[in-house]
Design a protein around this ligand. Structure first.
Ligand code: LMR
Length: 334
């Protein structure tokens, strides 16, 4: 009679003790999913890893960041919807992939608009560029940062690729962007919108003849193994906007949002510092590999591409805003 209550008390005490050292006091971390479509050995892949490292260091026990590269969790066609549904918390689509959410970001797809990534960076960091981070709030998307990849090169399964007439009638994979569609129509080629994860196979099986991408994407996806020529056109840019679900972001505890903002700043710097280096490394690796040859272009060749593609600007000027285009152009040649 005497023993029973003691044992009960002990059990109670133990469970209280466990409770205190376990779930009752220490709250479980907020699980944050960051999904993207490229390989880890790319500027975006490295940026996402850095974000995880810094966020978990600044917010110990408060957040757990899970990074899913290579379309493992969501591919191009699903990631924006998944973000709005709350199934993923950070994504970093290329600026070309926001067509359905705002026309303003089409500015980044205008061929030959920016001289180089330094000019792109200056525009992104300007008042106009920063305002674009908020341009999709009415659609539930909050932009947090721009991450660089690099300038695009054009590749095909043909030997000759120096002038615009060389792509006449060819099929090209493009990202989901109306500007890019118009760009290839302007070249008398046939564009086809395809998710990034499907490009290698489409090139390999001849569903498309060519594509446009950065050196780091071409190398990490092995596109050079299923293409004959990569022309060094630098005709456009692939950069990213890291976006989150605006409602989820506002609903976070203030200290968590602050820590994540700091982590994003560090990750942005890390990724942007690496971008040029990784693209240069991958350009060299492609040149040394036994795949597509890299076609250098003369000044006259580049002028021919520019003249062939530039008429596209007029078609999208009213949606983007002539003022915004003028503001972007001011950042060239500084
Ligand atoms: C592409 O679809 O070609 C790129 O946007 C992929 C990426 O995220 O760099």
């Amino acid at each position: 009679m005497h023993k029973k209550p003691t044992r009960m008390l002990t059990i109670l005490g133990a469970s209280i003790l466990f409770g205190f050292s376990g779930s009752a006091l220490a709250q479980s971390p907020i699980v944050i999913k960051f999904s993207h479509v490229v390989a880890e050995a790319t500027p975006k892949g490295q940026g996402a890893i850095k974000f995880k490292e810094v966020a978990e260091k600044l917010l110990p026990g408060k957040v757990e960041v899970q990074v899913f590269p290579s379309s493992q969790l969501f591919g191009d066609s699903k990631e924006l919807e998944a973000l709005l549904l709350g199934d993923v918390h950070f994504i970093a689509p290329s600026l070309s992939k926001f067509d359905r959410y705002t026309k303003k970001l089409q500015i980044f797809d205008l061929p030959f608009l920016f001289d180089d990534i330094a000019a792109v960076d200056r525009f992104q960091q300007s008042e106009h560029g920063k305002a674009l981070l908020n341009s999709m709030q009415n659609r539930g998307l909050q932009g947090l940062a721009y991450w660089h990849n690099g300038l695009k090169q054009l590749s095909t399964n043909k030997e000759k690729l120096t002038r615009p007439e060389d792509v006449k009638g060819l099929k090209f994979r493009i990202q989901a962007s109306d500007v890019l569609e118009a760009q290839f129509r302007q070249l008398n080629a046939n564009p086809q919108k395809l998710a990034f994860s499907e490009v290698y196979q489409a090139l390999q099986t001849g569903v498309v003849d060519g594509q446009e991408n950065t050196w780091s994407n071409i190398y990490s996806q092995k596109f050079h193994e299923v293409q004959k020529t990569i022309a060094n056109t630098n005709h456009g840019v692939i950069d990213y906007m890291v976006v989150t679900n605006a409602k989820w972001w506002q609903g976070l505890p203030a200290d968590v949002r602050e820590g994540l903002t700091k982590a994003m700043e560090e990750a942005t710097q890390h990724s942007n510092n690496l971008a040029a280096e990784l693209n240069e490394r991958d350009r060299k690796l492609i040149a040394e590999a036994n795949g597509a040859k890299i076609q250098a272009l003369s000044k006259e060749d580049v002028t021919a591409w520019r003249q062939a593609m530039e008429p596209v600007w007029k078609k999208f000027e009213s949606g983007i805003g002539a003022d915004l285009i003028q503001a972007a152009l001011k950042h060239n040649n500084q």
